[in-house]
Design a protein. Structure first.
Length: 214
């Protein structure tokens, strides 16, 4: 008979991550996890005190996967790459990202990512308050975009989407949206994200230029 693979904390976290991405938090339970692992539910509690303790380790592992760009000497490129890295992480783990967005407590691995954001702007020469505000703005844009992207808001319109929207629009009250219907429906997520980042980076660049003595 084949020997059963030893149950470890790392294996539990890995399988829990897979389940959360596939089914979301609503479809996740310790009992289902035990079934997926082929063990009695109590075996999990030998490694994780409770469900919340396991979720914290899942979120930690999730954030540790976020790649941090090596400093290139170009803060524009570095901040864009860091935002793209966070977005890629969300797309790679959609269920866990949704859980992360609603989790209230600080995570050590989250601070690792935030440290990188703050360091890029501070080393670029921004004043301390602008660094903090700039990071808040960049994180809000990146995480909000990723939430919408995972939910399908950045998918291109198909014929039924277009027809449904057009049925809701009246020439009397929505003439502009009707005129722009082709552009509204032609969603390109990568280009939309790059556009938003460009706007933010240009705005931050102008803040830096105005604060630097001539």
């Amino acid at each position: 008979m084949a020997k059963r693979e030893k149950l470890t904390r790392e294996k539990i976290v890995k399988v829990a991550m897979t389940m959360l991405d596939a089914e979301g938090e609503a479809g996740f339970s310790m009992r289902k996890l035990a079934g997926e692992l082929g063990v009695d539910p109590m075996a999990i509690y030998h490694h994780h005190a409770n469900r919340n303790a396991l979720i914290v380790e899942v979120l930690q592992a999730f954030m540790e996967e976020c790649d941090l760009p090596a400093p290139s000497g170009n803060w524009h490129a570095d901040i864009r790459e860091l935002c793209q890295s966070l977005r890629r992480l969300a797309k790679r783990h959609p269920g866990i990202f949704r859980l992360y967005e609603t989790y209230d407590d600080w995570l050590p691995a989250e601070n690792r990512v935030h440290e990188a954001f703050h360091a890029i702007l501070l080393n670029a020469g921004f004043d301390r308050l602008t660094v903090v505000r700039g990071v808040r703005l960049l994180l809000t844009f990146t995480e909000s975009f990723a939430v919408d992207e995972i939910a399908g808001w950045h998918d291109p319109f198909d014929a039924s989407d277009r027809a449904e929207l057009m049925d809701m629009l009246s020439p009397d009250t929505h003439p502009t949206m009707i005129a722009l219907i082709d552009e509204i429906g032609a969603v390109e997520a990568d280009e939309d994200f790059a556009f938003g980042l460009n706007v933010l980076v240009r705005g931050l660049d102008e803040e830096l230029r105005q604060s630097t003595p001539s």
